[in-house]
Design a protein around this ligand. Sequence first.
Ligand code: NAD
Length: 356
Amino acid sequence: MGTLCHLKWLKKTLVSDFHTWWKLQATNTTGKQVPRIYVTRQIPPDGMKILHQSRLCHIEQWDSEDPVPRSELLKKVAGIQGLYCLLTEKIDAEVLDAAGPSLKVVSTMSVGYDHISLQELKKRGIRLGYTPDVLTEAVAELTVALLLAASRRLLEAAEKAKTGGWGTWKPLWMCGHGLTDSTVGILGLGRIGVAVATRLKPFGVKRFLYTDMSARPEVATSIPADSVTVDELARLSDFIVVCCALTPETQGICNKSLFSQMKDTAIFVNTSRGGVVNQDDLYQALVNGQIAAAGLDVTEPEPLPTDHPLFKLKNCVVLPHIASATVSTRNAMAALAANNLLAGLRGEAMEKEVPL
Ligand SMILES: NC(=O)c1ccc[n+]([C@@H]2O[C@H](COP(=O)([O-])OP(=O)(O)OC[C@H]3O[C@@H](n4cnc5c(N)ncnc54)[C@H](O)[C@@H]3O)[C@@H](O)[C@H]2O)c1
């Protein structure tokens, strides 16, 4: 046998051995072939338990607290039927092509799905599960905490207390802005926006305003909140809380134009996605005293580099995307994403599916 023929034979044998091995991997205890899924991270135990106990699929996982490298993701998705991902994975044509025609369902452990190309999923007939509702309360709670931290200067004051800057009680020192008798503007009155408003009401807020794609009287009346334009929201609000989804329309919607119309005593809070804010414009607004303070749970990029100018400002509180981070919420998200994935694999209705 010539060297070339030998190499061809070797390649054929190896490929066929690999396929046999792979088929063996993807069978359950009864010897039945089961779908293969890839889980892109270590996820909370409730989610993993559901996937394992279903015995419906062969699970491969990126068993780490850190995101799967892109090259590894592209390799691992080849031939899978289901993909369980997080918001850190960009699911685009490249990933879907690497997965191939076997991929039937993507399930993301997040309510936001701006990291996923819906158009590419639709083109390929792939279904998408997500995790709304189960995180609404936790995110709303953190949004209120962030608003108070920024408006009442909590981090700045705690730092002073710790580092000898306390001095004595001073009438004009560390004064911030309170919620009593204030006007709160919500940008995006969805599930989280409504939950934030509901939590802020008992603080004595005088008026709620909101801007959405169109008026949402069915939810607004329960607060109650008045529908206004973005410009009115900017001009009239003492607090602006951003709760909209990141879409091509909301990308950079919080920019120079918005900040320049806001009151110089106003507080800006964002727990949606970093992409809705033009961070250079926000920095200028904070430095120039156009607005009083900001609280951000989300930034662009994430993590925000430690030498980023926003970290140098006393009037900007930056958190590392922790709005849904309670133990029970993360477990509920993981479980819902697992159930969505399994339902998708079975060809059944998902508990929470994004209509494509
Ligand atoms: N920081 C975090 O950890 C965290 C956690 C959960 C959700 N989120 C973000 O919060 C977002 C909202 O979640 P939700 O469950 O309330 O979703 P939702 O769909 O119920 O609410 C989003 C709202 O934004 C509105 N909106 C869309 N485009 C708009 C526009 N151009 N102008 C004004 N409003 C617009 C929608 O109409 C909707 O009312 C998610 O998309 C996600 O990005 C962040």
